[in-house]
Ligand binder design. Sequence first.
Ligand code: C5P
Length: 320
Amino acid sequence: MTGREHRAVGDGTPGAGAVRARARGKVNLILVVGERQPDGYHPLRTVFQSLALSEQVTARHAQTLTLSVTGDQAAEVPLDGTNLAARAAELLAAHLGREPRVGLELLKGVPVAGGMAGGSADAAATLVALDELWQARLTPGDLLALAAQLGADVPFTVLGGTALGTGRGDVLTSLEAPATFHWVLALRSEGLSTPAVYAEFDRNVRPHAGLSEGDREREGELIAALGAGDPVRVGAALHNDLQQPAVTLVPDLSRSLAAAREANALGVLVSGSGPTVAALALSADHAEDVAAAFAGAGASDRQLVTTSSPHGARVASRVS
Ligand code: C5P
């Protein structure tokens, strides 16, 4: 696997074709983090929501595993063995007892290293594309189990929609969330490392012994508000235990948080491990106002307006 260039080579099989799949980025509406475990991971209780920002993966038969990346921030995506799409292809091939002879073309639409699961969405889209290309017919349970081996957020990017995550964030229960929510993202071109944010959490934030009464009430209120499609109540229930450590590492984030509050965002928080800041708006118009406020605060390089999405990782088309 080499090069940023497209090097995928068809294997000449008549009608071999290619499969294109998409998976979405996410925000965490609640992220409650417990004490670091001996395996280095932290137990989580989190509510994920998919966004209408997609990663697209096109998989075609090839002689060896190759990878190419285009789209926003493509130059910042690693093309070595740490790339989650390549790891997904290797894992699925090993599971099926075959070689990962496939060319993967990634089209990035989710901000890179922003705490929005862009890399995880690449892995999720790769798994469903290759399941189709190789006619593997994995069960949903097998797909989620393979996803969990690739990273804590990968199972959610397979499932999509709105879901409660426990364990490392990989044990999922889908939640009812019939409304479309308007999200505004303040993006920074320099990413934050997830392990660094968790390490800062370990150093400076006293971990919960378990879920506190307040955590339980907030989660119950959020789940009820999602079911009722009430964005005002959803906004009031947003919470992230990783916000303080992320702000400690990037103090400028507090300016984006303050700007969204001043623009009457229904709620605002650091997304996952940051550095993206996500604000909930009342409408598409209000979202534009909040985006202007983010820009005015001068603590983000780019602002994006988007909505929630009900979709998980899905095959979009077969292409030739
Ligand atoms: O699973 P993933 O590779 O996405 O996690 C990246 C890093 O984030 C882990 O190596 C770990 O340091 C941290 N992490 C954690 N607890 C979680 C999820 C991630 O400590 N539940």
